[in-house]
Ligand binder design. Sequence first.
Ligand code: GLC
Length: 437
Amino acid sequence: MSAKRRRPAAPRGSHGDTGWFTHDRFGLFIHWGLYALPARHEWVRHNEQITNEEYEKYFKHFDPDLYNPTLWAQTAARAGMKYFVVTTKHHEGFCLWDSKLTDYKALNTPAGRDVLTPMIKAFRRENLRVGLYHSLLDWHHPDYVIDPHFGPLRAHPDREKLNRGRRQKKYAEYLHGQVRELLTQFGPVDILWFDFSYPKPDGSGKGREDWQSEKLLRLVRRLQPKVILNDRLDLPDAWDVKTPEMIQPSEWMKVDGKPVVWEACQTFSNSWGYHRDEGSWRSTEELIRTLIDCVSKGGNLLLNVGPTGRGEFDERTMARLNGIGEWMKRHSRSIYGCTQAPEEFACPKNCALTYNPEKKRLYVHVLAWPYKHLLLEGRAYSERVEYAQLLNDASEIKTGADDWYVRQMGGVTGAVLLNLPLEKPNVAVPVVELFLK
Ligand code: GLC
């Protein structure tokens, strides 16, 4: 045994306050940095192998003259979002706030100011909780060791030579110092979102050693014991939320067989940063379905926006956020405070169920409008449904267990039949609200 004093163990397990998080369900992700100017993906430096010197032109031209964080916050609030997570620094290394540890920040660009502080203030004013994304990777820092996997210099023939003198430990100190700034200068932070680790068996990737994750975790918990921490520090049992990205899990996410707190992050198209020419945008309706899908599996949705270099949400973004807001105005009851429905309620075809356990209400999201009738099969329905209405206008939906219809539809006796209007209500996804006994 070494005589050396052992450091206190880093706190394992989940410590963040996830109570509000699993209630609120819907947040806005913001990817904003210099990459908004090339406008062709936030990984543009990696994709096109752009050196620091070449990338400098974006630093010299970052001038978001139309940036109005109040508008951003109001747009998010109107869309029904309850929290936001913003890239304080992405892999490119550029910082939105006035970090004392670097010159590579918005303050030194034509923007001439810290753009993070007003954002946090604006979103708080709209009652949204605050989440800070911080990149573990840093393709700009002089001590960051260039690895063969990611970054503009990954394939450089003189990579080894370029790495001489670089000290990853020193980079880790910088990383910790910046995290200290983020957790001490902006009041209570609700979410801390690190991105990301890629350990490799041969040691060529990056993980907990490179970030000094254990130490970082201690720092985080000391400074903000309640902050919700995501799962990308390469510490398999010290996180509060699982964060699948660009995929929808097929069921409630589990770790060691137990359901966990999870949040899918999704973009409108195939880029997180502003991408001018990316055409594969999801429709408003698809995005609403994605939100429903998350909640129906006990999860959250963090939906991403990449603001432009002038500091705006572009019109494609606005159209979608406004559309989601229209739907949320009348349907947020099937989202907030809701989760996966109890197993005994079988999900009818082409539908998704969510459930509010406190209010004892079940929400049937009708994804394909049926021909007048929707059959809810099973005793749970016939024994517990007390009243049914369309959520958008609180118009009654007559429920019957008319055996003739039920038999016509091939259902079992005792099922509940919803008598829907012939015409689909004029909303993106209609919802039937069932009040349970
Ligand atoms: C990734 C990407 C990235 C994005 C993020 C969001 O790992 O590197 O650009 O910020 O995930 O989940």
